[in-house]
Design a protein around this ligand. Sequence first.
Ligand SMILES: Nc1ncnc2c1ncn2[C@@H]1O[C@H](COP(=O)(O)OP(=O)(O)O)[C@@H](O)[C@H]1O
Ligand SMILES: [Mg+2]
Length: 277
Amino acid sequence: MQSKAIGQAGIELSNVTKRFVTPTGVAMTALRNVNLSVEPGQFCAIVGPTGCGKSTTLTMAAGLDLPSAGTVKVGGRLVDGLTKGAGFVFQADALLPWKSVLTNVALGPIFRGVDKKLAMEEAREWLTTVGLAGFENHYPHQLSGGMRKRVSLAAALINKPSMLLMDEPFSALDVQTRAIMSNELLTLWEKNRPSVMFVTHDLEEAIALADRVVVISAGPGTVKAIFDIDLPRPRGEVQEIRFKPRFLELYQQIWEALREEVERAYSRTATAMKGAA
Ligand SMILES: Nc1ncnc2c1ncn2[C@@H]1O[C@H](COP(=O)(O)OP(=O)(O)O)[C@@H](O)[C@H]1O
Ligand SMILES: [Mg+2]
């Protein structure tokens, strides 16, 4: 079983409930009875209104937090600590500002005990793969947002993750850069096909990238609907696939399910704000 770490690991949440205690001491349920599986090698996008528990779902798949009830399995094994073989890319870049781009990418292998020179060589190759050859000695603040995102991708992929957890990774980027990064992500994903959980609030992005789109309801989050995206792969340019009739059909269907939840979440916030005023 353990030798399956490289390749792809399926992710399975069964009847997962997650409760938190808020800073004011009130217990709240963030997720309720979530059943969700990502097949090995599948690209799964998760959409839902703000606060519905998307990040919490990823956190539990990563093993950074445990469910209050139910189980989370990765590669058939119960998650009870940090999940091995997981790679992360978040909205904020998790790069060390005082280290060069090259060192930032090499950190994963160095922490795993790979010889430093080898790790640096490998990092250099990854930087070339993500289009950043020549920027090895730059520091993160000397790069654009899109370039930093490429560094984050290289830093995640150099560890050959069997599962890639992405939490709104491109949402801070401008529209054009986001499209470019989406295309690059798909190209890179096709190479090793790790299982992916990709959280986004952008439904177009979800459909363009994923094999399956999961809609989570307004909190307490639960799986409202699952849509299989039968657009052929390779998908080609995400900017163009948006105009295909099948894409538009899927968009309409999924938006129908999502809209209700977004409206529900919004009206709750609006009511709460009125109450506070
Ligand atoms: N560590 C925590 N402590 C208390 N409440 C939390 C914690 N993490 C998340 N929550 C709450 O759980 C709910 C879901 O949060 P989150 O998963 O971040 O939502 P999303 O990513 O969908 O916007 C929110 O109401 C949030 O305030
Ligand atoms: Mg979130």
